[in-house]
Design a binder for this molecule. Structure first.
Ligand code: SAM
Length: 235
């Protein structure tokens, strides 16, 4: 997404991103995993459109997770559901290192990762109609009103996700921030081509196969609630 700065049309357009790159040191293990395991698990934006069957060496239901953080919950899902293929996208390098480390230790074959902005990966790398599930768990809430434009769930994002989902595929969101849950519901209710799996304007119960994530635990410690939203692509 782009916007003119200070209303000056002559200036170059600046991208509004859904993240700020956090400083964070890699542990030795994470760095080693980045060096050793990237050739096996890493996917690169510059390689362009992928063929998932070729990437994984098999046809299987495909799950894409945006912003997996430190990746422990995604690892758990990939381990518990070996019949599915998982692609994760995260910009936070220590999280990518940790995920690679854990995937290597467990010998997982059904997981791959991009260390890139998900908006670019969606546009350049993921084939249309290829996803069975798109997961977006506890995205940065950008709670100040003037930052709401940075929230990743926006009408244009809902449509770019829809294009990537199979018909019948599900966009699954979760948040611990009530105002963001309401924003997600409003955007998705208005989005063409989707149906709320739980019924009109209803939140979904947390499915037993979705592990509690690191940010969910943090939210619960702070006394926040949890809202899951699941929308199926119907056209
Ligand atoms: C609040 S954290 C939640 C992490 C994890 N899902 C959890 O629940 O513990 C949000 C994560 O999304 C990542 N993120 C935000 N926008 C992104 C984008 N456009 N592409 C890739 N990762 C993004 C951030 O780096 C951050 O790690």
């Amino acid at each position: 997404m782009t916007a003119p700065e200070n209303g000056d049309e002559a200036k170059p357009m600046r991208k509004i991103r859904s993240f700020v790159l956090r400083a964070g040191r890699m542990t030795e293990g994470q760095q080693r995993a980045m060096d050793d395991a990237w050739p096996k698990y890493g996917l690169n934006l510059c390689d362009g459109r992928i063929d998932p069957a070729e990437v994984f060496g098999r046809e299987a239901p495909l799950v894409l997770e945006i912003g997996f953080g430190m990746g422990d919950s995604m690892i758990e899902m990939a381990k518990d559901q070996p019949e599915k293929n998982y692609i994760g996208i995260e910009v936070h390098t220590p999280g990518v290192g940790r995920l690679l480390n854990n995937a290597t230790e467990l010998g997982l074959e059904n997981i791959r990762v991009y260390r890139e902005d998900a908006i670019e990966v969606l546009a350049d790398c993921i084939p249309d109609g290829s996803l069975d599930t798109l997961q977006l768990f506890f995205p940065d809430p950008w709670h100040k009103k003037r930052h709401h434009k940075r929230r990743i769930v926006q009408p244009a994002f809902a449509q770019s996700i829809r294009k990537k989902l199979k018909v019948g595929g599900v966009f699954h969101m979760a948040t611990d921030w009530e105002n963001y849950a309401e924003h997600m519901m409003e955007v998705m209710n208005a989005a063409e081509g989707y149906q709320n799996v739980a019924g009109d304007s209803q939140y979904s119960p947390q499915p037993e196969w979705r592990p509690v994530t690191k940010f969910q635990k943090r939210g619960e410690r702070l006394g926040h609630g949890v809202w899951d939203l699941m929308f199926e692509r119907i056209s």
